[in-house]
Write a protein of this length. Sequence first.
Length: 283
Amino acid sequence: MAVSIAGTASESGGNSSGSVPSAPVPVAVARRRWLSRTLGLSAGLVLPALLFALWQWASTNGSLSRSQLPTPASVLDAAGELVDRGMLWTHVTITLQRVLIGFAIGATIGLLVGSLVGLSRAASRLLSPLVQSLRAVPSLAWVPLLVLWMGIYESPKVTLIAIGAFFPVFTTVSAGFAHVDQKLIEVGRAYGLRSWSLATGVLLPAAAPTIAAGLRLGLAQSWLFVVAAELIASSKGLGFLLIDSQNVLRTDILILSIILLAILGKTSDFLLSLAERRVLRWV
């Protein structure tokens, strides 16, 4: 490192214009990063490829019937059938809409209540025991009560998804604010920051990674709760398609529904992770 700096300095001194020639190091670093990302992506595809090969083998070796485990080609044919009937995108769209609306509501409330609990000891003593108790309630246990209160249309479905998103966001946000390094708070107060300015200038940046992780957990939980939500008198959605295909013994459509839920969940998590990286750069 010292030789490189000295060499650069001597070249700079010998150059009449005073400009430093560009070094090839950034190109090498970019190549290494590209190679690392490519290898990481390839490694992530190994297990799905093995599972696909195992699925193909298990569905064709005669140990399981086609009704128990259809071939990958049969699942693709089922997808084409639903596309031709104009049903597949309808189910995908309505499920995606429910998840996004429910997540937005649940995450917003989780951020607000979690921030209050994390910043206030009195609020923590008052709210934390109740919220942590309700967190243990299974998703299906909410269904009868929501139907009784809200009927059988969209409101109980979105509410159930919002409940699923709320608890991870609340837990991580409250913990993130509560465990901010006290030295940072003392430095902020030494510079005259109080209340709102202290929260936005010190606490929020310090807790930002934890908050981002909570949002991703809340989104994942929303996808888990959407299947339970679409059990509530639904006629559309991937959760409905999942249960309906079981009732009519269409295992190919059942597996297709599971694959679509996995793809949508992973895609939404990836997009949220991209937004997280950009926001954390600004914080």
